[in-house]
Design a protein around this ligand. Structure first.
Ligand code: SAM
Length: 194
């Protein structure tokens, strides 16, 4: 299976966000249901943090935030966005397995629609082992026949609900939020560990 990681490393080296018309138009995307998560004093991971526009909310409210993106080009921008916070640790795809255990939440939006199924599975399997009991993974997917995001050079990966269910078989339950109330944000899965 082809991984999408090298495409993304290249896109970040060539200033993906600065060149992207949608990222100039929309500045904040954390949807209402994310703001209802009980992250106060919790340990949170954000996969695919980009330059950190969503991460600010997590850094402000969580006890500890661990952010992951593809390389130092983008992580250095995330560090600038989050410079006022001292509860954030930064990782790339090359060392994210060093993120410590006892996690409460793993969050990812606008990322799993752009990475290979193999990488999706690697993340879910890995973070399953790092979550506390009753910990949750909250992740947005591009499922089914939803409207396509107008892309530039990003890989775009659609999945089925069956595929998403297969990622979460070890979990106690998985719920779906099918109308997150924003343009191009398709479906969030919220999976809870036993
Ligand atoms: C469309 S952007 C969304 C960024 C951020 N979530 C936001 O909403 O502002 C996708 C992000 O996922 C990152 N990404 C791509 N492949 C990744 C991977 N395998 N692991 C972690 N991040 C990845 C990209 O570098 C990029 O920052």
């Amino acid at each position: 299976m082809t991984k999408t990681i090298n495409t993304w490393k290249y896109l970040q080296k060539t200033n993906y966000f600065e060149n992207h018309r949608l990222f100039r138009e929309f500045q904040i995307v954390n949807p209402k249901h994310v703001k209802e998560l009980d992250i106060k004093d919790k340990r949170v991971v954000e996969i695919g943090c980009g330059y950190g526009r969503n991460s600010v909310y997590f850094a402000k409210h969580a006890k500890k935030l661990f952010v992951v993106d593809v390389n130092d080009h983008i992580i250095n921008k995330t560090k600038k966005t989050l410079k006022r916070f001292n509860n954030v640790q930064y990782y790339t795809v090359d060392n994210y397995k060093e993120i410590p255990s006892r996690l409460d939440y793993v969050y990812s939006a606008l990322v799993f629609q752009h990475i290979s199924k193999e990488e999706m599975k690697e993340y879910i399997d890995f973070f399953y082992t790092k979550l506390k009991k009753k910990g949750k993974i909250v992740v947005q997917f591009n499922i089914g026949d939803s409207e396509n995001i107008p892309v530039q050079a990003e890989p775009m990966i659609k999945v089925t609900e069956e595929f998403v269910n297969s990622l979460f078989v070890k979990f106690l339950k998985v719920e779906y939020i099918k109308d997150a109330g924003e343009k191009y944000i398709h479906v969030y899965a919220i999976a809870t560990k036993e």
